[in-house]
Design a protein around this ligand. Sequence first.
Ligand SMILES: Nc1ncnc2c1ncn2[C@@H]1O[C@H](COP(=O)(O)OP(=O)(O)OP(=O)(O)O)[C@@H](O)[C@H]1O
Ligand SMILES: Nc1ccn([C@H]2C[C@H](O)[C@@H](COP(=O)(O)O)O2)c(=O)n1
Length: 688
Amino acid sequence: MFSTDFLDLAPLEEAGGTVVLPGSKSISNRVLLLAALSGGTTVVHDLLDSDDTRVMLDALRALGCSVEEQGGSIAITGMAPPPSGGRLGGGRSDVDGGRPHPNPPPEGEGARKLFLGNAGTAMRPLTAALALLGGTYELSGVPRMHERPIGDLVDALRQLGCRIDYLGNEGFPPLRIHPATALQLDAPIAVRGDVSSQFLTALLMALPLVASRDVVIEVVGELISRPYIEITLNMLQRFGIAVRREGWQRFTIPAGSRYRSPGEIHVEADASSASYFVALGAIAGVRQPVRIEGVGAGSIQGDIRFVEAARQMGADVASGPNWLEVRRGAWPLKAVDLDCNHIPDAAMTLAVMALYADGPTTLRNIASWRVKETDRLAAMATELRKLGADVEEGADFLRVRPPRAWSAARIHTYDDHRMAMCFALAAFNPAGAHLRIEDPKCVGKTFPDYFEALFSVVQTSRPHIPVICVDGPTASGKGTLASEVARRLGYHYLDSGALYRITGLAATRAGLVLDEAHEHSIAKLAGSLDIVFSTAGRVLLSGQDVTDAIRTEEAGMNASRVSALPAVRTALVALQQGFRRLPGLVADGRDMGTVIFPDAQLKVYLTASAAQRAERRHKQLISKGISATLAALRADLEARDHRDSSRAVAPLKPAEDALLLDNSGQTVEESVAQVLRWWEEKQPFSTK
Ligand SMILES: Nc1ncnc2c1ncn2[C@@H]1O[C@H](COP(=O)(O)OP(=O)(O)OP(=O)(O)O)[C@@H](O)[C@H]1O
Ligand SMILES: Nc1ccn([C@H]2C[C@H](O)[C@@H](COP(=O)(O)O)O2)c(=O)n1
């Protein structure tokens, strides 16, 4: 996951390849709660690992469920009591036929506090389940969760006899739930269906806990987002509850309903997440398709119907039971006028596809966008306008006219994963306008590795991929500076010196003398090195860890020797240039700006006095327990500087367009801040 402050997207050109999608958030959180409410153990395969599912798992643990990892799957042992179980809330009327929470917080003791982040799929169903299970609880979330309505659900639960107080604003979390006294199950329970379908889902999942008789739910108003109710009914069926339905207005939970674990259950991939890759294929699947694995025509998720909308806009989609393959069909995409009530989440992706359409696109019946992670109607309109689109925002619709002239834009993401994910698709704009996605880690809610997945299936020409070069003499702090700048920007990092160090080591181990007479043998060796830079920061040569072996002063000197051989340098060019991958690269060495990446967008030549550098290296070695004298180190580094800058090929020198940075008097943070400032000044959306 990219945990940087922002992620800059270079202009993208094409897409093609395969993505395997993570599990559905909607299914994952339903399955977790149902497993918790069932007796015995349920092994859940392919569960989504994201912010919202972690919130649910933490809550279930706090409620006394056992959650165990089993070879990549999760085993949940539910909190339901044995069939002979006692009474609701551990001591209330049996008339209601309710079952008790097996582990409720004892009355009189403080409430059990559950923090549910911004997960509506945890807050709503847990409110209903805990109100019926008994015990005292406080349910809270992030500030935005406290702005998301829950009053209609609380009203429905109060009709039943549940006792729930608002701890902040009336109608919104946080909530305090008290044990119910007696439940009124004889009259139908009315719940509004036109604000969020999660209220009905919450009741459908909670009421089987107390269904000593038929329990009827009546939906008031037009039920929105029906496909989500279909998922709920489907999951309930898997856990032994056969809800009877009359149209979309009346639902009956049969008397005697009792949760039964299916033992094992697979979570299908997320159809809403698929929408970004369907759109990607429609926009950029020019020479090859984008193949999406984990979800397909057989999906139980309503958002799979996004595929129909994408087809209407021109996408060429083939599908199988759990895969989709999408290519560009019509281009530009076709403008549409669509009712999106059935695909509220995925419809956000259509709003970004509309930027590439041949006229204005209107998305209707999307009032529910206003009560999601953010007010998505307002947010979408604001951000689309930044790109140059002409946007009309109604109470429950959005009309998007594609930009006549695209602008580079910083996209604010409002802590809303879907804003980040769908706006990334604007990077294919024909004007090559740059995009900055702010707070990219918000995708952690449903798809933590979204950007990694995206970068694995998009292509752009090399010159578009940003590169920052940091060249300079030994111990000037290049590696320290370059790796930190890369971390802050979410870019890849190339330590080119390591490649020469590895070459020197491999040649020495092969018994080669590091001189001109062996130039071609060493070059051949350099061209066939099996090197792995592990994510844990280790360097492997032919599977062997050489991280420490290449860091000695002797290895540095040997690297300097082999680096003076022209054939060796040539042998390493392609390997170094191969590090230029999306979203960008920071490379350090001696010739990054002069030879390897002459078109780099920013070149820094980093220096410090020889005395400073010797001192830094001395400290560095001492901290590793390696003894050295300052004088010897200074003599060594001056000898290395001399060899590196006087060799015939690619000598150490500043590129003509490099910015000089003498960090003798700077801290590491000061030099990092300086380079980031220079980088920022080069961005098209710079505030300057
Ligand atoms: N601005 C700075 N101020 C003080 N110390 C620094 C600064 N930058 C780096 N250092 C320290 O100097 C030491 C050498 O830095 P680093 O290894 O990054 O240099 P380098 O130029 O990459 O060296 P080499 O080319 O030999 O690999 C490190 O211990 C680092 O923490
Ligand atoms: N781009 C590069 C990187 C390194 N070298 C040579 C010269 C150095 O003395 C040696 C070790 O580099 P370090 O790890 O100290 O950065 O490798 C080069 O010629 N070109």
